[in-house]
Design a protein around this ligand. Structure first.
Ligand SMILES: Cc1cc2nc3c(=O)[nH]c(=O)nc-3n(C[C@H](O)[C@H](O)[C@H](O)COP(=O)(O)OP(=O)(O)OC[C@H]3O[C@@H](n4cnc5c(N)ncnc54)[C@H](O)[C@@H]3O)c2cc1C
Length: 382
């Protein structure tokens, strides 16, 4: 029975929550102290994520879906190489997970549940460990910060020189570890296409109360060593699938800019209309680059959008980001309202990038105006 035993799998799923994962970590770290060093000091986020992933895995197995879980676990295993996870860690995790499940289910642990639990644990650690071992590429990519440009009060452009060039598709994202916060990996999207010489650039907005983004914007210095994961994500432009609408909120511009820069390699492209939004006019930090691209690439139109019509007084301390003449006139309002003022964009490939609130509000507004959901792409809203 094992993985075919839906009742036993349901029993296991009922045992999983963040508290149970907390007890799993306690058991695991007690038997393998080296595993503790893989994680940040505060485990709350990690506990929630692992509980969520385990519940999802069990739900997929109950529905007798195997392909997606295996692909997900293999990707997770390949990605976990960046933390320094070894085959020995998978073994100690397997023992701790099986022991925890057994301890959580004293009343219902029988031969069938035990068999299903052993199979689930074997699938999880076996696929992750196997995929990690089979992956030939580097587990992570180190690089040195060569430039930090503070483009607005809360946005920085950080340029790095990687020790070895990193290949990725424009529009993809990766996770980054900075020296100010070891083991606190955060997602960032390169703002330029992959460079064979190893240059890479990120745009980072300091989120109010945010741990890593405030440190990056406030403290990054040339010479800092960053560690990058391998790339993820599938945001893309299909050059044969019609015209394109792009909507960027703040540093959500980064992956769209990489896609636009990549399109510049071609003489003929679908029309691309980019709405780039910020709170104040001074937040629209990269209009000059966009203007330079649009001035020589007639397929690109750029509409700057700001929530407020005028700048606050502190804007005087930062570079002048007023759009050069030649871009569309700046629109005032929130991105979802401004973008849908032009219609539903139902005939376009639509790419939306920015904070989770902006992405949700913009996609909801577009769908309400008739845009087909399957034509809308955005990154996961972690
Ligand atoms: C696929 C992906 C790609 C990303 N690319 C970029 C990028 O290129 N540039 C960039 O600046 N950021 C990007 N982010 C966001 C980034 O990964 C971090 O979430 C963000 O920098 C906050 O991290 P923190 O450690 O400062 O905040 P945390 O300490 O993790 O969180 C503090 C608080 O801020 C809130 N918060 C987290 N993220 C946001 C957000 N984006 N907007 C508003 N509130 C938030 C949290 O809910 C929490 O309440 C991306 C996120 C994803 C999922």
């Amino acid at each position: 029975m094992g993985l075919d035993d839906r009742d036993a799998l349901q029993t296991l799923r009922a045992a999983v929550d963040a508290d149970m994962v907390g007890r799993l970590y306690t058991r695991w770290f007690a038997t393998d102290m080296s595993a503790r060093d893989l994680f940040p000091p505060d485990l709350a986020h990690q506990r929630d994520n692992f509980a969520h992933a385990l519940t999802w895995l069990l739900s997929e197995l109950i529905a007798q879906h195997a392909d997606e879980p295996v692909a997900f676990l293999a990707q997770l295993g390949r990605d976990h190489r960046k933390y320094g996870v070894t085959a020995a860690h998978y073994q100690s995790l397997a023992t701790a997970l099986l022991g925890t499940l057994r301890a959580e289910l004293p009343g219902s642990w029988d031969a069938r549940v035990a068999e299903a639990a052993a199979d689930v644990v074997q699938l999880l650690t076996g696929v992750m460990g196997g995929a990690a071992e089979a992956e030939p590429g580097l587990p992570y990519h180190d690089g040195t910060v060569v430039d930090h440009i503070r483009v607005t009060r809360d946005v920085s452009m950080i340029r790095l020189q990687l020790d070895h060039p990193l290949d990725y598709h424009p529009g993809q994202y990766l996770t980054v570890q900075v020296p100010q916060w070891p083991r606190r990996w955060r997602y960032l999207s390169p703002s330029i296409p992959a460079d064979p010489g190893g240059a890479i650039e990120f745009h980072v907005r300091s989120v109010s109360g945010g741990m890593v983004s405030t440190a990056i914007v406030g403290e990054t210095r040339p010479g800092d060593r960053w560690r990058l994961s391998n790339p993820h994500g599938a945001l893309h432009v299909d050059r044969d699938d019609g015209d394109v609408l792009m909507v960027a909120g703040s540093t959500g511009l980064a992956p769209l800019r990489a896609l636009i820069m990549d399109l510049c390699r071609y003489g003929v492209n679908p029309r691309v209309h980019l709405f780039f939004g910020g709170r104040f006019p001074c937040d629209l930090y990269d209009l000059r680059t966009l203007w330079e691209i649009a001035s020589t690439n007639p397929w690109l139109s750029v509409t700057p959008v700001s929530e407020f019509a005028t700048d606050p007084p502190w804007a005087a301390d930062y570079p002048d980001v007023q759009p050069p003449r030649g871009l569309h006139v700046r629109q005032n309002g929130l991105l979802p309202a401004v973008v849908t003022r032009y219609g539903g964009w139902g005939d376009r490939q639509i790419l939306v990038c920015g904070g989770p609130g902006m992405v949700t509000a913009t996609t909801t507004a577009l769908i309400a105006k008739g845009a087909p959901p399957e034509r809308i792409q955005h990154d996961p809203l972690h």
